[in-house]
Design a binder for this molecule. Structure first.
Ligand code: FAD
Length: 351
């Protein structure tokens, strides 16, 4: 099959790209390996809530319907993404798993678990959820308890009455800690002092910081960073409750796991289970045939496309692909820039 543009990934980033591709009148298709619409939001633990109100969690064109409480749950985002996809009649094919992308004359060939596609341009929007990151510590294999990544966490029930280590200093760690600590004894390990936002500040301030940064970069100013970052902890109600119960006490990271717990060399703690809330990496295995890594280093982007590949765009992976581009409100800006680049290029190529 042929298409001017193929978007790989039908989560929020792929849909934002679809919105602008449709507006630009380009011929495109979105390939997504999930059975249903909603991207990774449908796989999050059920109690997860956004850290900002619905009006700050919108894709381009159509705002997310308000939620009666301040912070909508993940299921509300899934409903929104499903409705968004329908509203704009985005041509998403699923489940279609992209296995590999290879260069061919005039563009790329995309091989999937079904059909193959030929295209002049690829927008890669595969997210990070399918690639949980596990750091490496001595003794990980010897530990006799349960080890789980946040990507596979669902509810706290399995930890009832146990002693559980929660690893990580971000919002996932704190939200999971908040609910596990209600049924189990928890020990919280972080490799830097956690940064808590004030109670009256929510995710909006983080987006504002990211927007300031985007504007500064666009006007050619030097990147000075911001006072708050997207990793800072938002004091959503369950997290405030955990603080009031006195369980938000971070301790420095241990240096090794033992058969029945963890140690820093001097002191040891016994643990029944460890939840690794240690983040994710971009899901890019299908791009391996393109050998995009420069001299063993990371993939280098030039604006929104891969250096040396003007029609291979990356979308939604975080600040790497544009300030706040891993968020609902931030991804629209990067999607628009990517599609603008492609349509300008199309016009140049046709002239
Ligand atoms: P995804 O949603 O992961 O979508 C990518 C899609 O591509 C998926 O459907 C995937 O299955 C598919 N795919 C992957 N590989 C292939 C392949 N080879 N072939 C075909 N399809 C493929 N953001 C906010 O804006 N506000 C928040 O409050 C917020 N809270 C968060 C809390 C937590 C705990 C987490 C983990 C994230 C949070 N985020 C929040 C961030 C946001 O959820 C993610 O960054 C966002 O879902 C990423 O969207 P995406 O479209 O890039 O990726």
């Amino acid at each position: 099959m042929t298409s001017e543009v193929v978007v790989i990934g039908g989560g929020q980033a792929g849909l934002a790209a679809g919105y602008y591709l449709r507006r630009a009148g380009l011929d495109f298709v979105v390939l997504d390996n999930q059975t249903h619409a909603g991207g990774s939001w449908q796989d999050y633990w059920p109690s997860l809530h956004l850290f900002s109100p619905a009006e700050y969690s919108r894709l381009p064109g159509w705002p997310m319907p308000p939620w009666h409480n301040r912070f909508p749950p993940a299921s509300h985002v899934v409903d929104y993404l499903r409705a968004y996809e329908k509203k704009y009649e985005l041509p998403v094919r699923r489940p279609v798993d992209v296995k590999s992308v290879q260069r061919v004359e005039g563009g790329y060939r995309i091989d999937t678990d079904g059909e193959s596609y030929e295209t002049a341009a690829v927008i890669n929007a595969t997210g990070t959820w399918s690639r949980p990151f596990w750091p490496s510590y001595p003794g990980m294999r010897e530990f006799g308890g349960t080890q789980l990544h946040a990507a596979h966490y669902r509810t706290p029930d399995m930890f009832a009455g146990k002693r559980v280590g929660i690893i990580g200093g971000g919002n996932s760690a704190v939200q999971i800690l908040a609910e596990v600590s209600a049924v189990a004894e928890t020990l919280w390990f972080t490799n830097r002092e956690p940064r808590f936002l004030p109670d009256d500040v929510d995710g909006r301030v983080l987006f504002d910081v990211a927007s300031d940064r985007a504007r500064a970069l666009a006007s050619g100013q030097r990147d000075t960073g911001g006072v708050a970052g997207l990793g800072d902890i938002v004091m959503v109600p369950p997290v405030r409750d955990a603080r009031d119960r006195g369980v938000l006490r971070a301790r420095p990271m241990f240096t090794a796991l033992t058969a029945d717990g963890v140690t820093d060399g001097d002191t040891s703690e016994t643990l029944d289970a460890i939840v690794w809330c240690t983040g994710f990496r971009p899901a890019l295995h299908h791009l391996r045939p393109l050998h995009l890594h420069a001299d063993g280093a990371g993939i280098v982007l030039n604006g929104n496309h891969v250096r040396g590949e003007p029609t291979l765009m990356f979308l939604g992976y975080g600040d790497w692909t544009g300030p706040a581009s891993a968020t609902l409100i931030g991804v629209g800006r990067t999607a628009r820039a990517a599609v603008d680049t492609l349509s300008r290029r199309g016009k140049v190529d046709q002239s």
